[in-house]
Design a protein around this ligand. Structure first.
Ligand code: AR6
Length: 181
């Protein structure tokens, strides 16, 4: 599924983000940048140990929630990995939507700073961190839409969803946001 914003586009697909050939791939990390399960584990496994070595060397202090940091991508078919830290869902009244929006916005800024035409992103916070997928889709897509309207880059923002359910939530949100009936 596809939505166009000026010269840019938002793409949705079901898949494994470690297989994506994009300039940058976004990781859903923790604030210690310590690695873990989910997409973080898959990215570190596929990239190889150089990714953790670089992350630990360059960012020993970790990364605050709602922010992201960049490294190279080891063996992945990408130039960069942006390690984004989304919020843990605590019911929605502890700033979770703003923190999630900030994490996505920072990744899109990093894409411009690193001259990336394409970026692949997962549904940050919707696994271990428990963020409801429908609410996460609204924030992810709303933030991306606003960013592309304001900045006109990157050219391709691809959300790589890991299940049909997550894809459905993002697809319904795109429909409502871009193709209201
Ligand atoms: N490709 C794309 N999406 C994936 C993949 C993959 N290979 N694997 C999982 N997902 P999660 P979080 C989806 O738990 O909620 C880690 O331990 C998954 O289905 O990876 O931000 C970190 O170290 C879900 O929709 O990240 C942190 O401690 C989404 O990616 C913590 O989990 C995010 O799920 C971060 O939790």
């Amino acid at each position: 599924m596809l939505a166009r914003i000026g010269e840019s586009r938002i793409e949705l697909l079901v898949g494994d983000i470690t297989r994506q050939a994009a300039d940058a791939i976004v990781n859903a990390a923790n604030s210690q940048l310590a690695g873990g399960g989910g997409v973080d584990g898959a990215i570190h496994h596929a990239a190889g140990p150089a990714l953790m070595q670089e992350t630990a060397r360059r960012y020993p202090e970790g990364c605050p929630t709602g922010q992201a940091v960049a490294t190279t991508a080891g063996r992945l078919a990408a130039r960069y990995v942006f390690h984004a830290v989304g919020p843990v869902w605590k019911g929605g009244r502890q700033g979770e939507p703003d923190l999630l929006a900030n994490a996505y916005r920072r990744c899109l800024e990093l894409a411009i700073e690193h001259d990336c035409a394409s970026i692949a992103m997962p549904a940050i916070s919707t696994g271990v961190y428990g963020y409801p997928i429908d609410l996460a889709a609204q924030t992810a897509l709303g933030t991306t839409r606003e960013f592309l309207i304001a900045r006109g880059r990157p050219s391709i923002v691809r959300f790589v969803l890991f299940s049909e359910g997550a894809y459905g939530a993002f697809a319904r949100t795109i429909e409502a946001m871009f193709y209201p009936s």
